[in-house]
Design a protein around this ligand. Sequence first.
Ligand code: FAD
Length: 387
Amino acid sequence: MSRPSEHYDVIVVGAGPAGCAAAAAVAQARPRLTVLVLDRADFPRDKPCGDGIAHEVDAELAGLGFDVPRVFAGTVPVAGLALRSPGGVRVHRRMRHPVHVVPRQVFDARLVHQVRERGIEVRRHPVRRVQVADGGVWLDAALHARVVIGADGAESVVRRSLAGSRPAAAPGRAPVALAIRGYAAEPAGLAALAGSQFITMTDRHWPAYAWSFPIGDGRANVGYGELLGPDPVSRADLLARMRALLPGLGEAEGLRAHRLPLSSGRPPIPDGPVLLAGDAQSMINPFTGEGIFYAVVSGALAGRAAARAVTEGGDAGSRYRQASRRRLGRHLAHTGALARLGGWTALTDAGLRAARDDQRAFDDLVRFGLADGLLTPRLLNRLRFSG
Ligand SMILES: Cc1cc2nc3c(=O)[nH]c(=O)nc-3n(C[C@H](O)[C@H](O)[C@H](O)COP(=O)(O)OP(=O)(O)OC[C@H]3O[C@@H](n4cnc5c(N)ncnc54)[C@H](O)[C@@H]3O)c2cc1C
């Protein structure tokens, strides 16, 4: 291969939450390393998402040196969460820590802005080809890096480029959900829950749910998603199912659908100089569809592993695998185990009864669904299969 026209220590592909966290982590761990971030889009850009950002994201971003008050400036925190289970169990409580609901057009652009403020170049460049060679990784035969972090989302080109040379999730074990979202006035039928996040699950097309997350100006991010099965699902199907579950929903704009690769089907992390983070590594919580927390955490772990591999030697993939296991292993084992029982709506009803009856069980359930929580004894002991 010809001489590289440009060489970096680490190149991050994708400037979403995973990519920004990865770039910040490299710069924080080893400020002298050269880092380049590539994204096919200019920012601000939209990303189909429910826009719900777990409270735990604040600490992760702060730990990476982001100015968190500036990231969330002018946004309205949401403390209430109303849930309805497939069997009709209802719970409406205050979350222990309010969450953020911030359109990704705003949130992601603010992260990118702060990455640039740290002197890291974020360049528009759609990556098409990835090759491991010459002691590192080539991108589009023009850019070369010792380590590449693929943080390029659910349809990751980095992952697909290397598909033949990497272990995949076991056949039939790569669950993916499909969801659509838009923006509308908070649904009239949910007036009693105004200002709270609302999630209503349904046993039709289970596992499936619709949501309405208020964005603080009278409007809400509204959407519907379900696990993909053997039957095709059209945009019209998704919209009809969303409308059936959100009473009094008016006209919605900005409707876009997107796939969600769930962590219950994530591929193993192999050795090597190409790391995947966020949706590219299938990190989304299989129960809630939340992925931003996992994108930030996995991006940070990948960035630190890359920085250490470049400066201290050793394999980046192996460092990343071990760090991921330490940081998220127990949580992923618990969500994975429960996901294998996921077809059982009675279990979800029982979990919501526990959350309805006990604030601390509710808090545990929220942390399990949005961040790194575990199936705690207090939650399990309170499961009731009727009532
Ligand atoms: C409808 C829906 C609702 C959701 N709701 C929530 C929610 O409320 N809360 C939550 O936490 N999670 C939610 N998620 C999941 C969440 O959106 C993702 O987990 C999260 O965006 C993952 O971040 P990421 O950085 O890994 O990827 P992304 O945010 O997808 O960022 C990837 C970046 O890579 C860039 N890119 C892609 N291909 C290339 C290429 N070839 N070259 C260069 N750049 C490239 C893209 O332009 C993009 O900027 C939802 C998902 C969907 C689909």
